[in-house]
Design a protein around this ligand. Structure first.
Ligand SMILES: CC(C)(COP(=O)(O)OP(=O)(O)OC[C@H]1O[C@@H](n2cnc3c(N)ncnc32)[C@H](O)[C@@H]1OP(=O)(O)O)[C@@H](O)C(=O)NCCC(=O)NCCS
Length: 178
């Protein structure tokens, strides 16, 4: 399948919301249960972009959004400045065709360029496809929280995976967080 990876724009918010809606309603990767509206997704997109963090989309040759990936600071507190968490969702009927792998590779480069030193995947429901996707990109296991979620009548684990970026924690940053 042919596609191009580009930064997301605000005009992509409705397509992104539509992709995410399927996974919220039918999957366990997200612990959300109410799909956010296109307007709410636009606000999430604007927040990530205004923080200088990457939000990428994969587009078909006719401009359809096939999937998206973004990263943002792991938690707001200052000491987390160099740790990011990724999110990646592929349109449900376009999975298994290389879009996720390409988006994740591009996101890793963008996170490194944004100055992050560690990238975390927080994998709801310990989804095997997401674990395999991240392992293939070089992430290693960083922990597992058992039974932390409940959705669709099941107890769900969350798996953490981690990828060092650039020098990782082997060298201090150029500027200490304040
Ligand atoms: C997980 C997800 C992002 C993967 O994207 P994708 O475009 O379907 O994956 P790709 O076709 O690029 O495959 C890349 C790798 O992912 C793994 N993978 C993808 N689908 C898989 C499946 N059904 N079972 C096991 N591994 C799978 C494989 O390691 C694959 O590499 P390979 O083809 O060399 O074996 C996508 O399936 C998705 O959106 N799933 C639902 C939401 C989700 O779990 N998001 C992650 C949140 S942390």
């Amino acid at each position: 399948m042919s596609f191009a990876i580009t930064p997301a724009t605000m005009a992509d918010a409705p397509a992104i919301a539509a992709i995410y809606e399927h996974h919220v309603l039918h999957g366990t990767a997200s612990f959300e249960t109410e799909p956010p509206s296109a307007e709410e997704m636009g606000q999430r997109l604007a927040k990530v972009l205004s923080a200088g963090s990457p939000w990428l989309v994969a587009r078909s040759p006719v401009g359809e959004v096939l999937g998206y990936a973004y990263a943002s600071q792991f938690r707001d507190r200052a000491a987390y400045r160099f740790a990011a968490e990724d999110s990646i969702y592929i349109r449900h009927d376009r999975r298994g065709q290389g879009v996720g792998a390409a988006l994740l590779a591009a996101l890793i480069s963008a996170c490194e360029a944004a100055g992050f030193r560690q990238l975390f995947a927080v994998i709801g429901g310990a989804e095997p496809a997401s674990i395999a996707l991240h392992a293939r990109a070089g992430f290693t296991m960083a922990g597992r929280m058992r039974g932390i979620g409940r959705k669709h009548g099941r107890w769900l684990d969350t798996v953490y995976m981690q990828l060092p970026l650039g020098p990782g924690d082997s060298a201090p940053p150029e500027v200490e967080p304040e």
